[in-house]
Design a binder for this molecule. Structure first.
Ligand code: SF4
Length: 349
């Protein structure tokens, strides 16, 4: 199949989608704020993990105006555990741009949408097509996989010029698709990639509405697509993380405003792995007083490019020096945005 025949696949794809689409909370309307928020949350994150965050976020911040003025710590708390926290910061920045530059109304052209903080080609395409029926494709990993398999396209999909070319080709397919269908086309392509033409393991070609036109299926070469660049190995870092407990309070501190987990809270920690006594000796100048060892545990957290190997040392201390913020369990639960990497170091109860 040549790429100019792709348009012929739109009707069977849309028909399949109408019958098989999952009922997802953010598909119940096409309100730009909802579509935008869900697309940002779904980046690098599973649908099931996003659902409770999406509901909680909209309950706390139901519109662009409330997001634009939300307190930073409260915003981070709403995002706690979801990871890639710069997404939340960019959401707020974009909300402020919408309030200032567009009088609070979500912009309606691709270029204006693309100009907002944290919105790249993919998200701009998704919002443009789903909310405003514009002929702009949204090309994510799902769509690249479906596309390269359908056409047995062996170009490297990590190459930005290849991505651009695929987007341009799909744009002509969108333009040829009748008004009123562009948003559904975006959702249908993504859905096919997420539920049928799946990334790990064999795709469910037997259930695929495009099977009879699929080059990779015909030539039995599905495993060759999409072609990706080899991934770099993850770097490993070792830390000794301290759970310093005084009464029912524990010590936390703010992370710097830039870099990994910027502006979130953290448990005090030192680079390198320590045994219990060494761990106690090495924090003498924090002036937390005599320490009683409760436990030592090993925890691992994996980020995209780094792996943290942590030794979590839980100590009872007698002083609460001001270099730390000392929070109660209730504050830790309700107010302090402590990323997963540190939260897993806390004792279970
Ligand atoms: Fe993907 Fe198989 Fe459908 Fe081809 S036939 S698009 S490989 S699910």
């Amino acid at each position: 199949m040549h790429h100019d025949q792709l348009s012929l696949l739109v009707p069977p794809l849309l028909e399949w989608f109408a019958e098989h689409k999952r009922d997802l909370p953010w598909r119940r309307d096409r309100e730009p704020f909802h579509v935008w928020l869900s697309e940002i949350m779904l980046q690098q994150t599973r649908v099931e993990a996003v659902k409770p965050y999406y509901a909680r976020f909209l309950e706390a911040l139901p519109d662009i105006s409330s997001l634009s003025t939300c307190d930073h710590d409260a915003l981070m708390k709403l995002w706690e555990g979801l990871g890639y926290y710069s997404r939340a910061r960019n959401l707020q920045k974009a909300a402020q741009q919408i309030m200032t530059n567009f009088s609070g109304d979500f912009p309606r052209t691709y270029e204006e949408i693309r100009s907002l903080s944290g919105i790249g080609d993919y998200t701009a395409g998704a919002i443009s097509s789903i909310c405003f029926d514009l002929p702009e494709p949204a090309v994510d990993g799902n769509v690249l996989r479906v596309y390269t398999r359908l056409l047995a396209d062996a170009r490297c999909t990590d190459d930005s010029s290849v991505k651009r070319d695929i987007r341009d080709t799909l744009r002509t397919v969108y333009a040829a698709s009748p008004a009123g269908t562009r948003g559904t086309l975006t959702q249908a392509l993504m859905e096919l990639g997420a539920t049928v033409c799946v990334p790990n393991g064999a795709p469910l070609c037997g259930e695929c509405p495009l099977r009879s036109s699929c080059e990779a299926f015909r030539s039995n070469t599905i495993r060759q697509y999409p072609v990706r660049r080899e991934k770099k190995a993850r770097k490993t870092e070792e830390y000794t993380v301290y759970i310093l407990q005084c009464g029912d309070r524990i010590a936390v501190q703010k992370r710097p405003d830039s870099g990994l987990l910027a502006g979130l809270w953290e448990l005090p920690h030192l680079s390198g792995k320590r045994r219990a006594q060494q761990a106690i000796n090495d924090i003498a100048d924090w002036r937390t007083g005599a320490a009683e060892l409760i436990s030592v545990r090993s925890c691992t957290h994996i980020f995209t490019h780094i792996e943290w190997h942590m030794t979590a040392v839980h100590l009872l201390v007698t002083h609460m020096p001001e270099r730390f913020t000392w929070v109660t369990p209730a504050q830790l639960a309700a107010e302090t945005a402590l990323p997963t990497a540190f939260r897993i170091c806390l004792p279970a109860d």
